[in-house]
Design a protein around this ligand. Structure first.
Ligand code: ADP
Length: 492
């Protein structure tokens, strides 16, 4: 799959945060719905309870009114049959109690129908009392009065019973309602619990499949890599974050494998490069022993000397690289005139190759930098030897030192084979050996050089054109006394 395809698959994966948010929302939604249903049910239940209590009380009051009416009726009859003050007072008291109860009944009215029933009770009672008073005032016999008042009494009793029945009916309805609501609450609660349980099961199963398993697989791959199984890889799966981790682990394992491969190639190269001068040394030693002519023996010694130098330099580079990689580069810094370092190093290289002319351009006044003279010499030495090495046809190698805005700029320019643009990046990384056919080397010189320049708070850059030549430029901060604002020595 191409990298854009992989990116598309990656983007299609849900993010862990989004999955968690959706799950939380779903659970929250279900919990809210269940809670709302339960709140609604309890509110309705409470309403039913209110109806039951109110209507039961209303029913009790209606019974009391009925009882008071019958008592009143009997007392009125009794008073007709045997008038006396005690009965009259009991009759008045009963009438008062009846009115009071009737008034109380008004507080338990819960519907328009009840209201109208209560109104009609009031009217029929009024009619009864009015009629009774009229009959009492007439000189009629008890039997006649009882006969005439009966319809009004029956009408009032019928109205009272109608209210009682209505109340009973309403209580029954509220009771049924409560029963239904109770059943509904049970179903809602059970269904909510069931859905939550199902949701939890789904979440656990999903978490196992999409979170736990990929993480365990990652862990297993890590353990395999740790145990030295360099080809162990994991499949990116699960949410994007975990899949990204898996991809990163695979990339890291690939990079390690590549690095290992490069190191092996490097080791093979180094062994090969060390072997070449050794063969020459062996031939030279043989020549020293066998050659009778002094001139030839001197020449063999020179060759031997150069090869031993080359070997020493390669071994020094290797040692420096290991020291630098393990963080043990020690600098003995001091304020020094960079021109001295340049002069001494250029002198060493001036006569190493007859095909090359090493030219140096130095300013008249000191260029003071704070640095380790040996390490700075090593920087220039690496650049100079590369300039000579990679100019197989000879030519001019220019070493220039100048000052610019608080910096010392050292440049080494050659007219050699140059460097292809795609090779420029990564040129300063270790083990980059690009032209073994032109010149041997460990591929470490430039990386060591860059580390030394870094340690001096400087920078190094390269400009190059294939077949035209290259310029390596090192910039180091000037020490205080060499800065432009400091009093410049004459001739600067
Ligand atoms: P090596 O030991 O191979 O010279 P370096 O780290 O010094 O290692 O250089 C890395 C690579 O950079 C070389 O193999 C070469 O291809 C390239 N290089 C360095 N200096 C020059 C130069 N002056 N001209 C052309 N190529 C160069």
């Amino acid at each position: 799959m191409g990298s854009s395809g992989q990116e598309k698959t990656r983007r299609r994966r849900p993010r862990l945060r989004r999955v968690a948010a959706v799950a939380a929302l779903a659970f929250g939604g279900i919990a809210l719905l269940v809670a709302a249903a339960l709140v609604w049910t309890t509110t309705r239940l409470q309403r039913s309870v209110v109806v039951v209590v109110r209507d039961t009380q209303s029913q009790a009051v209606a019974s009391e009114v009925e009882l008071a009416l019958l008592t009143y009726h009997r007392l009125a009859n009794l008073q007709m049959a045997a008038p006396n003050e005690e009965v009259a007072s009991a009759r008045r008291e009963t009438a008062r109690r009846l009115r009071q109860r009737l008034h109380e009944a008004g507080a338990f009215v819960g519907s328009a129908e009840e209201r109208s029933r209560l109104d009609s009770i009031e009217r029929s009672l009024q009619r009864y009392f009015r009629h009774r008073q009229q009959l009492d005032a007439q000189d009629l016999g008890l039997e006649e009065v009882t006969r005439r008042i009966r319809p009004a009494l029956n009408a009032a009793l019928a109205d009272l019973r109608a209210l009682s029945e209505l109340n009973a009916e309403q209580v029954q309805r509220a009771d049924q309602d409560a029963l239904r609501l109770n059943r509904m609450a049970n179903v809602t609660g059970l269904a909510g619990a069931g859905i939550l349980l199902l949701g939890l099961t789904v979440v656990f199963a999903g978490a196992r499949r999409y979170l736990v398993e990929p993480v365990l697989e990652l862990h297993e791959t890590l353990e395999q890599l740790e145990a030295g199984e360099a080809e162990a890889r994991t499949t990116p799966r699960g949410p994007r974050e975990i899949a990204d981790l898996a991809t990163a682990l695979n990339d890291m394992a690939d990079a390690l494998a590549r690095q290992r491969e490069q190191q092996l190639i490097f080791l093979a190269g180094v062994a090969h490069d060390l072997r070449n001068p050794l063969s020459t040394v062996k031939v030279g030693l043989q020549a020293l022993e066998d050659e009778p002519a002094e001139e030839e023996r001197r020449r063999a010694r020179r060759v031997l000397d150069r090869q031993v130098d080359r070997l020493a330099r390669m071994i020094d580079d290797l040692l420096d690289a290991t020291r630098i990689e393990s963080g043990n580069l020690e600098l003995h810094r001091e304020d020094l005139d960079f021109r001295d370092v340049v002069r001494e190093t250029v002198e060493l290289y001036e006569h190493t190759s007859p095909a090359h002319e090493v030219v140096s351009k130095l300013p008249d006044s000191p260029v003071t930098v704070s640095g380790d003279p040996d390490r700075l010499a090593q920087v220039l030495s690496n650049l100079l030897s590369n300039a000579i090495k990679y100019s197989p046809d000879g030519g001019e190698v220019t070493v220039a030192l100048e000052r610019d805005e608080g910096e010392a700029i050292l440049s080494v320019t050659d007219e050699g084979i140059g460097i292809a643009p795609d090779e420029l990046s990564g040129l300063f990384r270790p083990f980059r050996r690009r032209k073994p056919e032109v010149a041997p080397g460990a591929g470490l010189g430039l990386s060591v050089t860059r580390r030394i320049v870094d340690a001096h708070d400087g920078t190094i850059e390269v400009e190059s054109e294939p077949d035209e030549g290259s310029t390596f430029r090192v910039r180091l901060p000037l020490a205080e006394e060499s800065r432009p604002e400091a009093p410049a020595p004459a001739g600067a």
